[in-house]
Design a protein around this ligand. Structure first.
Ligand SMILES: *[C@@H]1O[C@H](CO)[C@@H](O)[C@H](O)[C@H]1NC(C)=O
Ligand SMILES: *[C@@H]1O[C@H](CO)[C@@H](O)[C@H](O)[C@H]1NC(C)=O
Ligand SMILES: *[C@@H]1O[C@H](CO)[C@@H](O)[C@H](O)[C@H]1NC(C)=O
Length: 386
């Protein structure tokens, strides 16, 4: 009898979990390899009421996600960005038009209450997108999510992308609004032919969490970034003379975040120089004169491509987890030019001095964010097979 009651309780609990739990989504992503500089992206800090820098820098190679919005649904795609919150798209004739949707409603709260001062997303180069907030049904792979707050964005000039899908920790992000406590992605090789990439949520994401390494996801109260705790870096067998304190968060500055909306990894220049010196010492490659590839002019460390060279693996030692970077995750090769670059950019000029673990470094990895546990897990993966 007792066991029957227990079974019934268990059944009801399971049912309740089914009903209240987030959905389980699978979306294919598209990699965009661009030669154009996308604008540097900033958003505002609702606590300080002042614009703060967002990490979306030099975001030339990005992964986009396709969603549908409104009733009847209109497709749009936006950059998948774990470094920001807002979901915005361009609207208008031929695009999403709120007057033609049965499910559109206005948002009663002011832009400012969401940290969007003057209803603008401001960019680092002073360019901005003016946003009008609305609530709509968003459809992802035939699943409908009503009353999702999004914005129609009108670029004030110079803004080259058509939309962003924010996956940050803030209230307006897609994962916050859909109450997804677990999400994951696998970013395929950007130069691989027919490479595939995927975004998952719910049990589709959590079921990938086997044989992974796990590290804590840290928080800074006023920011919606996902901070990770970097403690050291190795080139081949050599550990560089850097420690946890070199990458620590201090009064909201510094630290390292993981960001799918930034292409290359940002580190202090002295750390990049250490990587470069050790890399040169081990590979004996020749430095090249052509210091600045015109398409990625922030890359500084240039080498002549060898016909053959054993490349050391680079390891980022996080708290409790070692993230190994194979050659394609840290070398940018300029095709036809016989030169290659270390895919790191100095963050010294940035006032917040935050280090950013970019999307190039995350290729061919299943990366799982667990927001209940505040942990980030990862394992090497062939995204084409998922
Ligand atoms: C997503 O990609 C997989 C693998 O290529 C494919 O089988 C599936 O049909 C795609 N889904 C959509 C909705 O395009
Ligand atoms: C906006 O406010 C009105 C009146 O207070 C309310 O009836 C309506 O449901 C609100 N709309 C939303 C989207 O919250
Ligand atoms: C290069 O490597 C050698 C052998 O490991 C070491 O003795 C030397 O100090 C290194 N040079 C630099 C500049 O790091």
């Amino acid at each position: 009898m007792a066991s029957h009651i227990l079974s019934l309780i268990l059944f009801l609990l399971l049912l309740a979990t089914e009903l209240t739990c987030s959905s389980s989504i699978r979306v294919n992503l598209t990699v965009i390899v661009s030669r154009k500089t996308l604008p540097k992206y900033t958003h505002t800090n609702p606590l300080k009421n002042a614009p703060i820098k967002s990490p979306m820098k030099a975001s030339k190679d990005v992964y986009t996600m396709s969603l549908a919005i409104g009733t009847p649904p209109v497709q749009f795609s936006g950059i998948m960005d774990t470094g920001s919150d807002l979901i915005w798209t361009k609207c208008g004739p031929g695009l999403f038009d709120s007057s033609k949707s049965k499910t559109f409603s206005k948002v009663n709260k002011s832009c400012e209450s969401f940290g969007l001062i003057g209803c603008k997303q401001t960019y680092q180069d002073e360019k901005s997108v003016t946003v009008v907030l609305g609530q709509e049904t968003i459809s992802i792979e035939n699943e409908n999510f009503p009353n999702v707050i999004f914005a129609c964005g009108t670029p004030d000039g110079g803004v080259q992308n058509d939309g962003i899908i924010g996956l940050g920790r803030g209230d307006l992000s897609l994962v916050s609004q859909l109450k997804e406590s677990v999400f994951s992605y696998c970013l395929g090789s950007r130069f691989g032919p027919n490479s595939r990439s995927v975004f998952l949520t719910g049990f589709k994401a959590s079921s990938e969490n086997t044989n992974t390494q796990t590290m804590p996801l840290l928080k800074v109260d006023s920011k919606s970034y996902y901070y990770i705790s970097l403690e050291g870096i190795s080139v081949g067998e050599t550990k560089l003379p850097v420690t946890k304190s070199d990458f620590a968060i201090s009064n909201g500055y510094g630290g390292m975040i993981i960001d799918t909306g930034t292409t290359f990894t940002y580190l202090e220049k002295r750390v990049i120089d250490m990587i470069s010196n050790e890399f040169m010492n081990q590979t004996k490659l020749e430095k090249c004169e052509d210091h600045k590839p015109n398409d990625y002019d922030e890359l500084q460390h240039c080498f002549k491509s060898p016909s053959y060279a054993p490349f050391p693996k680079l390891v980022f030692h996080f708290e409790g987890a070692d993230w190994e970077l194979p050659r394609e995750n840290y070398i940018y090769e300029k095709h036809g030019a016989n030169v290659m670059y270390l895919a790191f950019i100095a963050n010294d000029k940035d006032e917040d001095k935050v280090s950013i673990f970019g999307n190039m470094q995350q290729q061919n990895m299943m990366v799982i964010y667990d927001l209940d546990q505040n942990s980030l897990s990862f394992k090497p993966a062939n995204c084409n097979l998922l």
